[in-house]
Ligand binder design. Structure first.
Ligand code: ATP
Length: 227
C-alpha cells in the first residue's frame, strides 16, 4: 500500500446512550483484527431510525469524550452532535461518511464499524448503497444477533455475497468491502444500562468509570421510563 494513502481509519457511529464497555471492546478488537490505525467514535446527532435517545446529544458526546480522553488510537468526532444543535433534521451516516471522505481524501481506507444487529437493518438506512462507495463496512458479532445475511436473496444478501472480504481487502482499497469479524461476546446493551439506572441499580463495570462519574455528576437517566 502506498503510505501516502494513510492507514485504515475506523469510524464508529452509535447513539452511545450511554457508551458501554462492549462499544469499547468492539473498537479495540476492530483495531487489532482489521488492522486499523485509529478508531473515531461518532456519536449520533438525531438518529433517524430509533426513538429519541434518553439524554441530550451533548451529554452523550461528553460521556464518549471523557471515556476516551488520553486513549491513544481513539478519537471522537463531534460533527453530528454539533449539526444536530444547528439543524432539526435527522443525521444520516451517508452524509457523515461524505464529510469524512472529503477530510481524508479519496485513497485512505475508511471502515464504518457496527454490530451485527445494526448491519441486519442496513437496507433501511438513507442511501444505504452509497455507503459502499464511501467506506468499507466492518461488522462485529453481537450476542443474540447471528449474521444471517448472505444466505437469502435480499438486496443486502446480494451485496454481502459480492463484497465479503477480509482485512487484506481493507488495506488494499479505500472502500467497498464488507468484513465480518468476531469480538469477545459481551451481552451488554445501552437499553439494559438505562433500565438499571432507572431501577436505582449500579452500572459500575458495565461502563467505564468516567461514564459512571459523569452520570452521577449530572444526574441523568434517573427517571423511570417505559423502555
Ligand atoms: P440500545 O440498547 O440503546 O439500542 P446499544 O447498546 O445497541 O444501544 P448503540 O449506541 O445503539 O448501543 O450501538 C452502537 C453500535 O455498537 C451498534 O452498531 C451496535 O450494533 C454496537 N453494539 C452495541 N452493543 C454491542 C455489543 N454488546 N456487542 C457488539 N456490538 C454492540
Amino acid at each position: 500500500m502506498n503510505s501516502r494513502q494513510g492507514k485504515a481509519l475506523g469510524l464508529f457511529g452509535g447513539t452511545f446512550d450511554p457508551l458501554h464497555i462492549a462499544h469499547l471492546r468492539l473498537a479495540m478488537e476492530a483495531r487489532e483484527t482489521l488492522g486499523l490505525d485509529e478508531v473515531r467514535f461518532i456519536p449520533a446527532g438525531n438518529p433517524p431510525l430509533r426513538n429519541a435517545p434518553d439524554c441530550s446529544p451533548e451529554h452523550r458526546l461528553a460521556m464518549v469524550e471523557r471515556a476516551l480522553a488520553d486513549a491513544p488510537g481513539y478519537s471522537v468526532d463531534a460533527s453530528e452532535v454539533r449539526n444536530s444543535a444547528n439543524a432539526a433534521g435527522p443525521s444520516y451516516t451517508v452524509d457523515t461518511l461524505e464529510r469524512q471522505r472529503q477530510q481524508h481524501g479519496p485513497r485512505r481506507p475508511l471502515v464504518l464499524l457496527m454490530g451485527a444487529d445494526a448491519f441486519a437493518r442496513l437496507e433501511t438506512w438513507h442511501r444505504w448503497r452509497d455507503l459502499f462507495e464511501l467506506a468499507h463496512i466492518g461488522v462485529a458479532t453481537r450476542p443474540g444477533h447471528t449474521l444471517k445475511v448472505g444466505a437469502g436473496d435480499t438486496a443486502l444478501d446480494r451485496e454481502y455475497s459480492a463484497r465479503k472480504g477480509d482485512s487484506a481487502a481493507i488495506s488494499g482499497a479505500a472502500a467497498g468491502s464488507i468484513v465480518a469479524f468476531a469480538i469477545t461476546s459481551l451481552e451488554i446493551s445501552a437499553t439494559a444500562i438505562r433500565r438499571r439506572l432507572s431501577d436505582g441499580l449500579s452500572i459500575r463495570y458495565l461502563v467505564p468509570d468516567a461514564v459512571v462519574d459523569y452520570i452521577d455528576e449530572h444526574q441523568i437517566y434517573r427517571t423511570p421510563h417505559g423502555h
